[in-house]
Design a protein around this ligand. Structure first.
Ligand code: SF4
Ligand code: SF4
Ligand code: SF4
Ligand code: SF4
Ligand code: SF4
Ligand code: SF4
Length: 674
């Protein structure tokens, strides 16, 4: 092990990366190396084409030994990408891994100043000098190992959440699966068929739902939401709100001593209930009672009371009789669980396409969304699978599909991104019309058809061959004939280069998808970021698409961004695998960037306690009645709030200490550019 005692004069090695032409194209790398050699405390400087490559890392490990370095600086890309790589190289060279500092001269240098080589090089010199100033003061630190709870939490039980929960459970991990709706299954349970295979959605979904319901390692919590989260990877304390469902399961009845009682799903209560509401599962196109079953294939098979509309007439209680399943006084319950890792699979919502007034949704009866179309064409839907016009119940013959309805829209009303699966499901809808309704013609108004997946392009050709009509052009507006209730679709056919007015009996809007309403609350609870468009943000779009910047929290499904069923399932499997690793390993290492209390300086005023966002601080008794602050390292996220606040300077931030930061500021302000 190389001697790294603080009394020894620092000897820093600087390694400058070309990154091909990514950096070298805009920065004078050779000049930067020569400059680095003149910076105080630099004992060695060298450039290399790709420092993260195996030979690049070997240059670092060799130089540490040969040049007796006490610290390393790599001037390259963002630390988000390769900090762990270079920490490992530093360790392999014989230094403590935290004797490493990174200067970002790519994302914050060459890429943003590519048209001004001199300015980019000067900025890179500043970055290197600042990094060296800190590296000279770095200390040996050791990661903290904490045990990992052998349980996982999956939030959201659509197809992604179910797949993740099943994978975790099959790997022998106790898994809590929390779903806000009364049943698992998510959006997929609303679909009729899936593209491009045209499988019946329920037929492939129901076996998975049943597996989830039966899995001994899965504790299913439907009609429940996350209320509070504390802790960190390996030790998340999660409070789950089990909403009052008003109906006891058989197991719950048994636990309450109601022998042979509990809901058996007989459905006798529903007809007697006098309250009628629109059914959200049927997109409001069918009524629902105040006591209801979410959909026919629910898991678990349990009725639910909608307490927002129930008038407590007691008729259902009477009909239920000896089963005593209905409890109209039931209250929400808070359940606390401890888990090691978490997967968020909270799905998506449909963009309120009525905001795009020009297409007439919610103004004209015969303009529907694709999800409404799914329910209309589905055998278990409000019309028994018979596609009719909402205005008069007649079968439509000319059906227009408006693609990108609210997607790829930079007007500020819609969404700028592509929703990724609406081209394909619209092709599927066209096929369903041709198959089910002889003589009916689907007209597809599109900008581009995005058929990127396996067998998708072939499916597109098939629908063309089947007779669907494709009009390439964005629909400007839709107007209704007040007498016939037919719709005039105004668009420009960009192939023929002429405006069009086409009369349709029914128009289907392929509405954009958007982050679910609970996304913001959920991301705040779990400390996860979101991208500019509101989707939950992955740790790295290419190298870590399932992880987040919060250790131990992973993403699955559309909550991370629009994706179709195969991609959602694949990501769920990836997330389950990633979430199971720390659990199987049994412990995780936390970066040791904790606050440390200097007891001699601490006055025990306690003012920092409430400032800590992670409840990591508490006062403890010291000798002679003196109280001092104590940091629970496993809870501390190293945010620095307490360190910046403490009036007595009693908090020392490891790896971000005041002398290190002051040295960086001095290096910037006083160092000058040679
Ligand atoms: Fe590119 Fe970073 Fe690798 Fe250098 S270390 S080659 S900047 S990715
Ligand atoms: Fe039947 Fe009672 Fe369940 Fe209603 S609550 S479905 S009546 S067992
Ligand atoms: Fe419906 Fe509520 Fe009356 Fe039961 S008590 S029948 S749920 S209104
Ligand atoms: Fe438009 Fe197709 Fe993208 Fe959907 S998938 S937004 S319809 S291009
Ligand atoms: Fe007060 Fe500072 Fe001690 Fe906190 S660390 S109790 S703010 S003296
Ligand atoms: Fe709490 Fe201080 Fe740690 Fe921040 S640095 S998490 S305020 S103890």
């Amino acid at each position: 092990m190389v001697d790294t005692t603080s009394t020894k004069k620092p000897r820093i090695g600087v390694f400058v990366c070309h990154c091909g032409t990514n950096i070298a194209g805009s920065i004078d790398v050779k000049g930067l190396v020569e400059y680095a050699k003149t910076v105080p405390n630099v004992a060695f400087a060298q450039d290399y084409q790709y420092v993260c490559s195996t030979p690049g890392q070997k240059i670092i490990t060799d130089a540490i030994e040969k040049e007796k370095l006490t610290g390393t600086v790599v001037a390259a890309c963002s630390p988000r990408l390769h900090e762990p790589t270079f920490r490992t190289a530093t360790k392999e060279g014989g230094l403590n891994q935290f004797r490493f500092e990174m200067a970002n001269i790519r994302e914050q240098g060459s890429w943003v100043h590519m048209h001004d080589r001199d300015a980019a090089t000067d900025k890179a010199k500043d970055a290197v000098r600042i990094a060296v100033a800190k590296a000279a003061l770095l200390q040996d630190l050791e990661p903290k190992a904490v045990p990992v709870e052998k349980a996982a939490l999956v939030v959201g039980a659509g197809i992604a959440g179910m797949q993740a929960a099943l994978d975790l459970a099959n790997a022998g991990i106790k898994t809590y699966l929390v779903e806000k709706n009364p049943s698992i299954g998510g959006r997929m349970s609303q679909l009729d068929k899936t593209f491009p295979t045209l499988d019946c959605s329920q037929c492939i979904l129901t076996p998975k739902m049943v597996d989830v319901g039966r899995a001994p390692n899965i504790e299913l919590m439907t009609y429940s939401e996350i209320d509070a989260v504390e802790g960190y990877i390996g030790n998340f304390d999660v409070t789950i709100r089990k909403k009052a469902r008003g109906v006891l399961s058989m197991a719950e009845a048994e636990a309450k001593g109601i022998s042979g009682g509990g809901c058996n799903g007989c459905g006798d209560c529903e007809p007697v209930c006098p309250v009628i509401k629109p059914n959200p599962f049927e997109e409001g196109m069918k009524p629902r009672k105040a006591i209801y079953i979410y959909h026919p294939q629910v898991v678990p098979l349990l009725y639910t009371v909608d307490f927002d509309s129930c008038i407590k007439c007691n008729l259902c209680v009477t009909v239920c009789g000896d089963k005593k399943a209905i409890d109209l006084e039931m209250k929400d319950e808070l359940i606390k669980v401890k888990v090691g890792t978490v997967i968020l699979a909270i799905g998506f919502d449909i963009f309120p396409v009525e905001n795009k007034r020009e297409w007439g949704y919610k103004q004209f009866e015969n303009v529907v969304t694709s999800l409404e179309f799914e329910r209309l064409i589905c055998a278990s839907g409000p019309t028994g699978g018979h596609l009719i016009r909402p205005s008069d119940g007649k079968e439509p013959k000319r059906i227009g599909f408006v693609l990108c309805a609210g997607s790829r829209d930079n007007t500020g009303i819609g969404k700028p991104y592509c929703s990724r699966f609406c081209c394909m499901y619209s092709l599927k809808h066209a096929h369903q019309i041709i198959e089910k309704m002889p003589g009916a013609i689907p007209y597809i108004f599109y900008m581009d058809i995005r058929s990127f997946g396996k067998m998708y392009e072939e499916f597109y050709y098939r629908i063309q061959d089947e007779g669907a009509k494709f009009i390439r052009g964005r629909v400007a507006n839709i107007l209704e004939d007040p007498v016939t209730k037919n719709l005039h679709v105004y668009a420009e056919d960009t192939m023929l280069q002429r405006p069009m007015d086409m009369e349709m009996d029914l128009v289907v809007l392929a509405a954009a998808v958007q982050p679910a309403a609970l996304t913001d609350k959920t991301r705040k609870l779990f400390g996860v970021s979101c991208s500019l468009d509101g989707w939950l943000l992955e740790a790295h779009p290419k190298l870590n698409p399932c992880g987040t910047t919060t250790a131990g929290v992973f993403l699955a499904g559309v909550c991370q961004g629009p994706k179709d069923i195969p991609d959602a399932v694949a990501q769920a499997e990836g997330a389950a695998s990633a979430a199971s690793i720390p659990i199987h390993r049994g412990e995780v290492e936390l970066e040791p960037f904790f606050a440390q209390c200097i007891e001699e300086k601490c006055a025990g005023c306690g003012m920092c306690i409430n400032l800590c966002p992670y409840q990591a601080l508490s006062l403890v008794d010291k000798e002679a009645g003196k109280k001092v602050m104590q940091v629970t390292e496993a809870k501390c996220k190293g945010c620095g709030t307490c360190g910046a606040f403490c009036p007595g300077g009693a908090i020392w931030m490891q790896h971000f200490s005041t002398p290190q930061i002051v040295a960086q500021i001095d290096a910037f302000l006083l160092g000058g550019v040679k």
